[in-house]
Design a protein around this ligand. Structure first.
Ligand code: DGJ
Length: 364
């Protein structure tokens, strides 16, 4: 439902000081022009007092592709990557499509028949560039590649650099030999020379300037965490296999008290499943699973959502927002957003509780 009373879902009263945003998970969220926000599988960036929200543009008719999909089900034509900006996390200005798809060249990586998903943007202080990574794929999700684009400004336009399968010719820091015997790393070994499969992904920029790419690899069976080069444009060649054989998707990573935390999903296409969480002292592992972080009614199916990002609130250490997509597989354009507070209990367990309406102050 795009119309009706539910439309006024995310609002902020504009004053000299930033009023808290009112968040209604799962309702239609409108931008400052009154149009539904179209930024799915997204990620946020905080830069000089402004939050930027990047996401997949899902527009038009949802269809079942004729190609035999490795993963997926329904599709829309890829609309590129959108950007919205906000000072208060409530009033979102549409900054337009910052990386468009390509309509007239089916062989282009960004062809609208292809898959462009889960964009994440981080800032590189050395090069002074905003660097975007996303999941680039063929219509049947078989290519499983990483796309990279750069911009001088957070609002783009982003220049497409290219796509690749990460870590071609590189062996992981862990797991190669040990798992050969039981076949659990068959896909890893198969892809050692050509590069590892990379589907659902996120980026994490650490406080020491290093950045990492988490991606669902090895036919989605196992996740990889891969250090990026100093300019963040390619893998540095050091990567580890994590959650071996656990079929995790939708990774979102944050850091608190020197520990790294991950929220993710299982692997069930657009259908929701129980969220996962994990913790590590070293970002390259080992990671320890902590179970489903969601609590309350609907927790067993992640409130019908799938993780995409965890936002640290600027200037408010320890305050995080867990961000999920609520996919509508029969009308992907009408997929919704679920933002909920994320806390860590005294044992370091991430907790996310359902709230149908809550207020969020943006920090500084
Ligand atoms: C689940 C993934 O998390 C989404 O990003 C998308 O690729 C769908 N699968 C496609 O079915």
């Amino acid at each position: 439902m795009k119309s009706g009373l539910l439309c006024a879902a995310i609002t902020a009263v504009s004053c000299a000081w930033a009023a808290p945003a009112v968040i209604e998970p799962g309702a239609v969220w409108l931008d400052t022009q009154g149009r539904p926000i179209n930024a799915h599988g997204g990620g946020l960036l905080h830069d000089r007092g402004i939050y930027y929200w990047y996401g997949e543009v899902k527009q038009g008719r949802t269809y079942l592709p004729k190609v035999n999909q490795a993963w997926g089900g329904t599709r829309v034509i890829a609309g590129g990557i959108s950007c919205y900006s906000s000072a208060d996390l409530g009033a979102w200005k549409n900054e337009g499509i910052v990386l468009p798809s390509v309509a007239d060249d089916p062989d282009h990586d960004l062809a609208c028949e292809n898959v462009i998903e889960r964009p994440k943007v981080i800032y590189n202080a050395r090069t002074k560039k905003f660097v975007m990574w996303f999941h680039q794929d063929s219509p049947n999700y078989a290519a499983a590649r990483s796309g990279v684009a750069v911009s001088d400004l957070p609002t783009g336009p982003f220049t497409y650099v290219g796509s690749f399968r990460p870590n071609a010719g590189k062996r992981p820091l862990n797991g190669t030999e040990r798992n050969v015997a039981d076949g659990s790393n068959e896909a890893l070994v198969r892809d050692l020379s050509g590069g590892q499969m990379a589907r659902d992904m996120t980026l994490f920029a650490d406080d020491d300037g290093k950045a990492y790419h988490f991606y669902a690899s090895e036919d989605n069976q196992t996740m990889h965490v891969s250090e990026l080069s100093d300019d963040y444009l390619q893998p540095a060649g050091r990567y580890a296999r994590i959650f071996v054989g656990r079929f995790m998707e939708a990774p979102a990573v944050f850091k608190r008290g020197g520990k790294y935390y991950l929220i993710a999903s299982g692997c069930t296409g657009w259908e929701p499943n129980a969220a996962r969480s994990a913790v590590a002292d070293n970002i390259l592992g080992p990671w320890t699973e902590l179970g489903n972080p969601c609590r309350g009614a609907g927790a067993e199916l992640t409130f019908s959502g799938q993780s995409t990002y965890v936002l640290p609130i600027a200037g408010q250490p320890g305050r995080f927002v867990a961000i999920f997509d609520q996919w509508n597989k029969w009308d992907l354009e009408d997929s919704r957003y679920v933002w909920l507070p994320l806390t860590l209990d005294n044992d370091g367990q991430p907790l996310i509780e359902w709230q149908s309406r809550w207020t969020l102050s943006p920090g500084r």
